[in-house]
Design a protein around this ligand. Structure first.
Ligand code: PGA
Length: 261
C-alpha cells in the first residue's frame, strides 16, 4: 500500500520544512510505515523544495517524489527538469499524467508513456494517473477513457517486479471538489484497472501493482475506500497539506493493511 501526498503548487520552503518535520515525527509512531513496512509513504512537493525535504525526510520512512518531469535526458528545454536530476536529489517516485497536467498543460497519453519509460530507466517509480471527466462518466464511458489512457500510457512497458509502477485512479470530477467516488465506484474501476494490468504484465506482477485512489480522499472517507480489495492506497491533494489530516490517512492505511494481513 502507498499513501502519497501531491502538494501541487503549494507551500514555500519554510512551510514545506515545517510540514515535513511534523510528518517525520508523526509517522515514527505509526506501526508498519516505511519502505520495508506495509505502508509506503511519500510526499511530492514542488521541484524547488525536493532537495531540502530529502534532507529532512531521509531515514524517516517517508520517500520523496516529483510531480512531473521531462522525457529527454538533457538539452535545450527551458524550464524543464530531467529524470536524472530528480533521481540525484533523492526522488523515488514521479507523478505522471495528473489530470491538471493533461488539462492545463496539454499533456497527452504519448507524453505520459515516454516519461514513464524514462523514469523507469532512471530507477524511479512512475505514479501514472488516469481518470475520466464527469461528462464521460455521465455518458457511461469511464472504462473506455481509462482503458485508453492505460493502453497508450503503458505501451511498450515491461516490468520485472510489481514495485516498479504505481497507477493512480483519479476521477477528474472528484479532484479538489469535495466529491469523492463511492467505495463501490472506486472498487469497480480499480478492478477494471487490475484486469488490464494482469493482461499486460501477468498475474504475479500485474496483480501486485499498487492502484491508488485519488480525489478528495480525507480522514473521514479514507478507511472505507482503503478497505476495498483493489484500492491499494491514496494520492492525496488537499488533505496532504495538513500534517494531522495526512497522518490520519496514513494511520487508516496502516489499519487497513493490518486487517487484511
Ligand atoms: P484532492 O487532489 O485530494 O485535493 O482531491 C488529489 C489529486 O489531485 O491528486
Amino acid at each position: 500500500m502507498l499513501v502519497a501526498g501531491n502538494w501541487k503548487m503549494n507551500l514555500d520552503l519554510v512551510a514545506a520544512r515545517q510540514l515535513a518535520s511534523a510528518l517525520r515525527s508523526g509517522v515514527s509512531g505509526v506501526d508498519g510505515v516505511g519502505p520495508s513496512g506495509r505502508v509506503d509513504v511519500a510526499v511530492c512537493p514542488p521541484f524547488v523544495n525536493i532537495d531540502a525535504l530529502y534532507g529532512i525526510l531521509h531515514g524517516s520512512g517517508i520517500r520523496i517524489g516529483a510531480q512531473n518531469m521531462h522525457s529527454a535526458d538533457a538539452g535545450a528545454y527551458t524550464g524543464e527538469i530531467s529524470a536524472s536530476m530528480l533521481r540525484a536529489v533523492g526522488c523515488h517516485y514521479v507523478i505522471l499524467g495528473h489530470s491538471e497536467r493533461r488539462e492545463y498543460f496539454g499533456e497527452t497519453d504519448a507524453d505520459v508513456q515516454e516519461k514513464a519509460i524514462q523514469a523507469m530507466n532512471h530507477r524511479m517509480v512512475p505514479i501514472v494517473c488516469v481518470g475520466e471527466r464527469l461528462d464521460d462518466r455521465d455518458a457511461g464511458r469511464e472504462e473506455e477513457i481509462v482503458g485508453r489512457q492505460l493502453n497508450e500510457g503503458l505501451k511498450e512497458m515491461s516490468l520485472s517486479g510489481s514495485r516498479e509502477l504505481v497507477i493512480a485512479y483519479e476521477p477528474v470530477w472528484a479532484i479538489g471538489t469535495g466529491r469523492t467516488a463511492s467505495p463501490e465506484q472506486a472498487q469497480a474501476m480499480h478492478a477494471f484497472i487490475r484486469s488490464r494490468l494482469i493482461s499486460q504484465f501477468g498475474d504475479a506482477i500485474g496483480g501486485g501493482v499498487d492502484i491508488l485512489y485519488g480525489g478528495s480522499m480525507k480522514p473521514d472517507n479514507a478507511a472505507e475506500l482503503l478497505a476495498q480489495p483493489d484500492v491499494n492506497g491514496g494520492l492525496i491533494g488537499g488533505a496532504a497539506l495538513k500534517a494531522d489530516a495526512f497522518l490520519a490517512i496514513i494511520k487508516a492505511a496502516a489499519e487497513a493493511t493490518a486487517e487484511s494481513a
